[in-house]
Design a protein around this ligand. Structure first.
Ligand code: FES
Length: 112
């Protein structure tokens, strides 16, 4: 077994160094398109695929809703588990906006 491995190594070495150049294309990040949505009456532009929760926080609205004790509430988990990121989008209450990508023309309203 050792002899066979040594023979293969000798054979590979006798072929000389690999001079074939491999070209690897540079990763070029595609510029993301921007979309517009309205958050609490304010027109906001965000990168495509931004989540609604991220857009709302980025627009300066950290309070998404009020608890039954009127405490301000906002996203906690960011992965669709806690439902603290509930918002009203186009008149419909959406419980997990941290999992929803923004769409052009969305009208988002916080309740907080
Ligand atoms: S932040 Fe927890 S469900 Fe969205």
């Amino acid at each position: 077994m050792v002899d066979r491995v040594a023979a293969r190594l000798q054979s590979a070495e006798s072929q000389g160094p690999i001079d074939k150049e491999i070209s690897v294309p540079e990763p070029t990040p595609k510029p993301r398109d921007e979309i517009s949505l309205t958050i609490n009456g304010r027109l906001v532009r965000v990168a495509e695929s931004t989540t609604v929760a991220a857009a709302v926080i980025g627009a300066g609205f950290p309070s998404f809703r009020r608890s039954v004790r009127h405490e301000r509430r906002g996203p906690v988990c960011g992965m669709g588990v806690c439902f603290e990121c509930r918002l009203t989008i186009d008149g419909i209450v959406v419980p997990t906006t941290c999992q929803l990508a923004c769409r052009e023309g969305m009208v988002v309203t916080t309740d907080g």
